[in-house]
Each structure stands twice: as C-alpha cells, then as structure tokens.
Design a protein around this ligand. Sequence first.
Ligand SMILES: *Cc1c(COP(=O)(O)O)cnc(C)c1O
Length: 337
Amino acid sequence: MITVDLRSDTVTKPTAGMLEAMWSAKVGDDVFGEDETVNALEQKAADMFGMEAAIYCPSGTMTNQIAIKCFTQPLDELIADQTAHVYRYEGGGIAFNSGVSTRLLNGYRGILTAEMIEPEINAENIHYPHTSLVVLENTVNKGGGSCYTLAQIKPIAQLCHDKDLKLHLDGARIFNALAYTGDSAKDYGKYFDGISVCLSKGLGAPVGSVLLADRTTIKYARRIRKVLGGGMRQAGFLAAAGIYALDHHVERLKIDHSHARIMAEALAQAPWVTNVVPVETNIVLFDTTEPADAILAKLEEKGIKANSTDTHRIRFVTHLDVHPEQVEYVVQTINSL
Ligand SMILES: *Cc1c(COP(=O)(O)O)cnc(C)c1O
C-alpha cells in the first residue's frame, strides 16, 4: 500500500545527498566558536537575508524565544496575531523566558496591517506594559500557509521604526513565502530586527533553525542560547544538513506548492468537504461535513496520515517526501472516499 504522511513538513528524512554532506562535515567545538561548518551556515544564512550575523539553534522555538528575549525587557508587551506560533505553540515561553505579556490581534488568516497594530501600541503610562516588539509570521501556519508580501510588510516596518518598536519575523516557512510572492530574501534584512528561519520544515534538514540579526544582538543571543541549554558542540554535522538544504531545497518548494494546489482542487469537488481555504503555499486547510476524526480514520485506513486543527477542519501539508505518484494516490482517495 502507498503511504503518505501529510501531518507536517517536519516529517521529512534527510536525502542521500544531505546525509553525504553531513558525514563529510568539518567540525569543531561550536561553544568555543570553532565549528567551521556552523560558522559557514550562520554566515550564509545572514548573507542571504542581508543581515549581519546569525546563530544556529536546535529549534525554531528557541530562535523565536531568543529573539523575544533580545528585543524586550521584563514587563514589556509584544504584539502578535492571535494565531501566532510564538504565542500558541511555544508553551507560554514569552511569559516564562522573557516576563513579557502579549497583545493579540485578529488578522485575516494571521496577516496584520499597520492600521491594526498602531492603536494597540500602549501610550507611555505606568499602568500599561511598555510595548516594545511586533512579531509577524510568514507564512502563517495556522492561516493555512498564508503570506505577507514585502509591500505589506513595509508599512508595518515603518510604523515600528517611528514608534521605536523592534520587529521580529517568525520565518519558519519564509522560503515558502518567497516562492509564492517572488520577493527577494536579501530585501528582508532591511525591514526586520530579527528573522528566524527553520531548516527542518520544508527545507528538509533533520534539525535546526537560524536566528538572523545585527552583530550586537547575535552576541547577546549566544548568552541566551547558552542559558537555555542550546550550546551544542560538534554541531557542524547538523549544520551541514542546513547548508545542503539552503543549496538544494529552496527552488523545489514550488513543487510542494503545486502538489498542495492539486490536492485542494480535488478536495473542492468532494461532497464530504464543505470549504477549502485558498492555497498559497504548502498547507491545505479544509472543512468536513463529518467530524474531522472520522475522516482522518478513513484516510488512515488508506495509508494517508493527516491532522485535524479543529472538530471539522483537517490540514494537509506537502513536503519533499511527498512525490507525484503519492499526490495522484491522494487525489484518487479523495475522489473515492
Ligand atoms: C514549526 C514552527 C516553528 C518552530 O518550531 P520548532 O518545532 O521549535 O522548530 C516556529 N514558527 C512556526 C510558524 C512554525 O510552524
């Protein structure tokens, strides 16, 4: 039986080429700054986005949490959409790690505008927490892979600049957004104080994320990573997978997007589907007549794994281990269910 895992783009296994790159990595003690492969990955990622420096971390949760710590003081407040990963899926880390409160906004599929943000910035008054940071997510995971264009980001960056707020990007899937919008990575550095990029999502590395920022911020970030227990030693074996992913798995994201669109078109015709959220990148959200769990059980019987995000909502995520014949099989199964 064909099996297809659509639960997440984190389920990918390293390719033969990636494993080869990992085996042959030159390594050293990265806590001493002596792992040349980690250093190369950090410089490469920073250069790609027009940022000065970078730090390699075990996870995107860690890069986001370090960024929030770097850009706030205890008693501050940050602004984010109510779907934000930093708020919903990082275990309450904003409060725990940084002693910061969160102001949640209701964006459209997680996308915010400067007009939404401006009235939520607190005036200087001892009753109010001091607003110091805005966090955007691109693509928005819970928005179904929805994207900001740089043109949408610019007015937000301008507002943050005018109001003396820092701007951080949770770019777990930033390369999916770039593939969709056609914007250039290099321009992103001009607008954000921090950018977190996951190597272990659509890019297919087994581990790791990078936080990009200016040199001073990254120097402080190394302290925070250490205190969180994220200082790794011969991490170059893992960083090599990240370099390989940046070299070989960025262009191909368009394939994942077209696979997601093909599945969405089939779903739109299925009588047991009531609504398909328009697909922009590699995530398909759809609503079902029956409870999602009942549909998921039927899919599982056919070898297709997926997750629900609500009682009647299912999420499919495409990635580099979903091949064209599997897409065809998913379409056939959708049609026959
Ligand atoms: C996956 C993800 C992260 C980071 O998750 P880790 O599993 O900690 O690497 C951050 N933000 C978004 C939007 C994500 O989807």
